[in-house]
Design a protein around this ligand. Structure first.
Ligand code: NAP
Length: 514
């Protein structure tokens, strides 16, 4: 009997027939894991979401929708072993599973808990009452859910977290969702989605799953719809410039490429705790999820006097990273998501080599035996001697276990190099010097969506450079796409309309349901 999974889309509260021709293969050994279904009818899905899902969700209050999130999180928790087993086939280790699967479920829990602070009502106030007139007339902003459809287009690197981090704030806001996972690894996203449906916690029409091509879906959206995209900058610009998206002012949020930096302060020495913390974080970010994290450190910036010391410390630690079968406990780094992704990484490393030399790695790995068909790639450190005049190291994201170390002379150059990425999701700073930290944050914050500052006193409690937290904004300006997901209520904003009401205070009380 074949173990190949026949995947289905879920439309209008039914699983559609499976049985398309496209095969999805294991990242570890190239064996066939699943087949994709034929494409679904996008117009029918939009219609169902608008007619059934939206009204059902909007009939509930913010607090009631928060309870749905809690039920989904409980259902996924009870069956997460099923997800772990599939996740290994995407190349993920046990540690990576914690990030994707437990991290995704944790996001639902946090949003469920945040919902308790929201009104048990259908409309939310935004800020306080504004005095706009001397007389019997005032202003009040309110927020209400859009009455269209939220379309979520996700990247392949986090099949579970990537779906849930968008789903939680959207459901809480009160919009029905069409989830379109990336095709690579879609079997894991489908399994997590199936568990949520089987939980029975969702109202009819609240969520649908569209596997494969979106067809003409985006051309049918209007001003009450909202698109949240995660993936490459190239795809993002192709999609957000579709005529219907522009003509109908469809909300379009993008999370895309990012050349995230980590900076070691000028106060560090090879013996200081910050040096050690910095090296550990750089290596963790290079190897976790085989470097396929939008938040991973791509640019490692060190004071020029510490360049050689930092380089050898990183190389030595990378040398202890066991690359292999992600199902084995001892494995520290698994495979890339597939052979095509590995080719992409190799091609981007070749481009980076015009400006930086490979210090270690730089090539695909054939682990032999049963793993010879796997998409393994060596942890790769490059060194760029002249980052001030370089272009590629600040612009090309090799989406794998690849990072470039580079020197800076002083605080001003550290700021300038950090900002040369032209907008990133996250930057981290390892320093025990308040002057260095304040200088870097004040010169760089406007180029980075999130900044993590770590020193010897905070390290034990620090949450990590790469971890996007449900409490804090995930998204960055410029190259990173200009989006803002998560961040508690910030993540709900793409799905809510703000309206400024101007009326007598007594009328405002009535309208706001106070
Ligand atoms: P991608 O090729 O741009 O694909 C992203 C998503 O868009 C996939 O679901 C893909 O579906 C879909 N897609 C592609 N063409 C489409 C079209 N014409 N119409 C509708 N949907 C379309 O990116 P990827 O290779 O999956 O992901 C890697 C990239 O994502 C990296 O560059 C990484 O930086 C970025 N990323 C960013 C973040 C972030 O939060 N900033 C997070 C993760 C990844 P198919 O798979 O079916 O083609």
């Amino acid at each position: 009997m074949s173990n190949v999974i026949s995947l289905s889309s879920y439309a209008a509260d039914h699983w559609l027939p499976a049985g398309g021709a496209t095969e999805l293969v294991s990242a570890i050994d190239g064996s066939v894991v699943a087949t994709m279904p034929a494409s679904a009818d996008a117009a029918a899905m939009l219609d169902h979401a608008r007619r059934i899902g939206g009204p059902a969700l909007r009939a509930m209050t913010f607090q009631q929708r928060g309870k749905i999130l809690r039920a989904l999180a409980d259902a996924l928790t009870a069956r997460k072993d099923e997800l772990y087993a599939l996740s290994h086939l995407t190349g993920a280790t046990r540690g990576d599973n914690m990030f994707d699967i437990d991290g995704g479920i944790g996001t639902l829990f946090v949003y469920a808990s945040k919902a308790k602070a929201l009104p048990d009502a259908h409309v939310m106030l935004d800020g306080g009452r504004e005095a706009i007139s001397k007389g019997n007339f005032a202003g009040q902003h309110i927020l209400a859910p859009l009455n269209g459809v939220a379309v979520h287009i996700n990247a392949y690197n986090f099949p579970v977290w990537g779906m849930l981090e968008k789903l939680a704030p959207t459901l809480l806001a009160g919009m029905p969702i069409i989830v379109k996972p990336a095709t690579v690894g879609a079997y894991l996203a489908e399994a997590a989605f199936r568990i949520m449906i089987e939980s029975g916690a969702l109202p009819l029409g609240a969520v649908q799953l569209l596997l494969g091509s979106t067809g003409d879906l985006l051309d049918q959206l209007d001003c009450q719809d909202s698109v949240a995209f995660t993936g490459s900058a190239v795809t993002a610009s192709r999609l957000k410039t579709r005529p219907a998206i522009i003509a109908n002012t469809v909300r379009f949020a993008a999370e895309q490429d990012s050349l995230n930096a980590s900076v070691l302060g000028t106060d560090a020495t090879p013996d200081s705790p910050e040096f050690d913390l910095f090296i550990k974080e750089a290596v963790r970010e290079m190897t976790q999820k085989a470097g396929q994290k939008c938040t991973a450190i791509r640019r490692i910036m060190v004071p020029e006097t510490l360049l050689d010391a930092a380089q050898s410390a990183i190389v030595s630690r990378l040398g202890k990273t066991t690359v292999g079968d992600p199902r084995q406990e001892a494995t520290r780094m698994g495979a890339l998501a597939g052979l095509a992704q590995r080719e992409d990484v190799a091609a981007n490393v070749a481009l980076l080599m015009a400006e930086a030399a490979v210090v270690t790695g730089g090539e695909a790995l054939d682990l032999g035996g049963a793993l010879s068909g796997g998409a393994f790639f060596a942890p790769t450190l490059l060194r760029c001697e002249n980052p001030g005049s370089a272009q590629a190291v600040h612009a090309i994201e090799a989406f794998g276990p690849v990072s470039t170390i580079m020197p800076y002379a002083d605080l001003a150059e550290a700021v300038s190099l950090a900002n040369a990425g032209k907008g990133s999701l996250v930057m981290s700073v390892f320093s025990h010097d308040p002057a260095f930290v304040t200088g870097l944050v004040s010169g760089s914050s406007i180029f980075h969506g999130r900044m993590m500052i770590v020193d010897r006193d905070s390290a034990a409690d620090a949450t990590g450079h790469g971890a996007a937290l449900p409490h804090l904004q995930h998204g960055g300006p410029g190259r990173a796409g200009g989006g803002a997901e998560l961040g508690g209520f910030i993540g709900m904003m793409p799905y809510l309309q703000r309206t400024a009401l101007q009326a007598a205070p007594v009328t405002l009380d009535l309208l706001a349901g106070i």
